[in-house]
Design a protein. Structure first.
Length: 278
């Protein structure tokens, strides 16, 4: 308990104040992180399970914090969303991923898809197609090499404006995937209303593939559903050989996960793919 004078006492849980302070401090730091160039992208390969070929990469945001070290989005994404800073951050992500994609293209890595996670609030704003066009124009990356990963939340409302934006993106050649498929509200009707290319099976199902028969049933159902709707299906979070074998035998098109590679900086990815190709 702390005396505030005048006989008033206020109680703080022992660790409450430091945590609140930390959030305030994080927010201040987050505001400056863009201008100090503390954000960086790591890339995780996406593998064609039939040809055993690298077909894409997912760009994943990291914050190289001067004191706290390399931070994953889990520790700052919600703060970035609450403060609206995610709009600026994700604009940077989009531009940086396209710049890197164009550099890889120029270095001879042909037909490598670069997937970018879209923030729901960014996608719900009008003009996301302008941001995308600018990023493609400035980088020179081919539009067909860009994929945007959307969460089911973005698709739920079946908002006319969003459908329109998606059609514009598609007409540019950009592809669209549904991230974490199976974990949201899964109103299956939206799959028909949107111009989608790919479903990404959430890693929670993939993780339980060997141990839980219902996980296998769900994975099988998503793969079948995707194929009936002419969508490609990618399994996230592949960590073991046996998960990979199961996914292959179920006809899953693509996989991504620690089994192949963790997300790594761009230069490490270039080294990795040179090895993998052999
Ligand atoms: P996500 O889009 O579902 O990305 C996949 C997450 O799973 C990544 O976590 C990745 O490192 C992790 N992962 C990949 N393979 C495996 C595996 O085999 N096993 C396990 N256990 N995990 C695996 P990360 O990088 O910490 O990103 C977390 C989330 O943050 C992402 O989930 C995505 O929703 C969000 N995010 C990442 N980058 C961005 C961004 O640039 N913008 C926005 N708006 N969100 C982002
Ligand atoms: Ca994703
Ligand atoms: Ca995901
Ligand atoms: Ca996720």
């Amino acid at each position: 308990a702390k005396s505030l004078g005048g006989g008033t006492w206020r109680f703080f849980a022992p660790d409450m104040r430091p945590r609140a302070n930390q959030t305030v401090q994080m927010e201040a730091e987050l505001r400056g992180a863009l201008s100090r160039r503390e954000f960086t992208l790591h890339y995780q390969p996406q593998i064609d399970l039939r040809g055993d070929r690298v077909v894409g990469v997912e760009a994943l945001l990291r914050w190289q914090h001067p004191q706290r070290g390399l931070l994953s989005p889990g520790s700052f994404l919600s703060l970035a969303e609450e403060t609206g800073l995610i709009l600026l951050i994700n604009e940077w992500v989009l531009n940086e991923a396209c710049r890197q994609g164009a550099a890889w293209e120029a270095s001879g890595l042909r037909d490598l898809r670069v997937a970018v996670n879209m923030s729901p609030i960014q996608f719900k704003r009008q003009g996301v197609e302008t941001l995308v066009k600018e990023a493609l124009g400035a980088s020179g990356m081919r539009p067909t090499s860009l994929e945007l990963e959307l969460t089911e939340g973005i698709l739920l409302g079946n908002d006319e404006q969003i459908v329109k934006q998606m059609h514009i993106l598609r007409s540019l050649g950009v592809t669209l995937s549904v991230d974490d498929f199976g974990t949201g509200y899964s109103s299956l009707s939206y799959l028909r209303s949107f111009p989608l290319h790919r479903l990404k099976i959430d890693r929670s199902f993939v993780q339980d593939l060997g141990s839980d028969p219902s996980a296998l049933a769900i994975v099988r159902t998503i793969i079948d559903l995707g194929h009936i709707l002419h969508l490609q299906v990618l399994a996230e979070g592949v960590e073991t050989e046996s998960q990979l074998q199961l996914l292959r035998s179920e006809g899953c098109d693509e996989g991504q996960g620690y089994y192949f590679s963790r997300p790594v900086p761009a230069d490490e990815f270039a080294d990795w793919i040179a090895q993998y190709g052999k």
